[in-house]
Design a protein around this ligand. Sequence first.
Ligand code: HPA
Length: 252
Amino acid sequence: MSRLAIIGGTGLSKLVNLENVSKRVVKTPYGEPSSAVTLGRLNGVDVVFMARHGYGHTIPPHRINYRANMWALKEVGITDVVAVAAVGSINHAMSPANLVLPDQLIDYTWGRASTYFEDDLETVTHIDFTSPYSASLRDKIKRAMSQADIPVLDKAVYGCTQGPRLETAAEIRRLERDGCDLVGMTGMPEAALARELGLSYACCALVVNWAAGLEGDEISMHDIEGFAKEGMCKVEQLLKALVYEMGVTVDV
Ligand code: HPA
């Protein structure tokens, strides 16, 4: 039986349509998660929500305790994770306010605690990460996008930068040469930790700005907030369609 968790990023620190809400504080061997996990029902289906940056949006991307977050989700029994993340776009076909389902990633982060497999090992473990996102969960999200009349943009490489600053124009040109379509700060090590824990994980990226140097001389926070607001309505619609989709197609 599948059980879905939604990780909310910038612009999504709670789910508005969640009913029967309760919170659970989960202790982990890796310290404190960003927030208590929220349990509730979305469209009649039990889901779990976590605010990646904390409920007050106070934890910057490089300070998030990704290990504790993913551990806490596993601990409350979830099997699938939809990670909602605000991103900048490097690809002109992916304009602000669009949702994109990346199928690949490149990790440019450094110094983040990025594995569970480092202490007290009986053997060294290397997870397969050829395809960083779960194909079956992506298929469900794609069907939900179609149901919700959201254009399905599902071929994209997500470049994960360290932050918290935005990139220089030259850094974005490098990411473009590397083949990145999107740039964000929170996709890693989250995706790899999910794989280490055996969770199905997919990223639902909301484009909130053109990446540095693509349009104009600087990036406006005001514009980012506007696109985040506009896009999050689409995210809410998508999640409603997704839980319905998962509710009717889950393996029993
Ligand atoms: N760069 C990195 N992370 C981001 C951006 C960006 O332009 N926009 C939203 N998250």
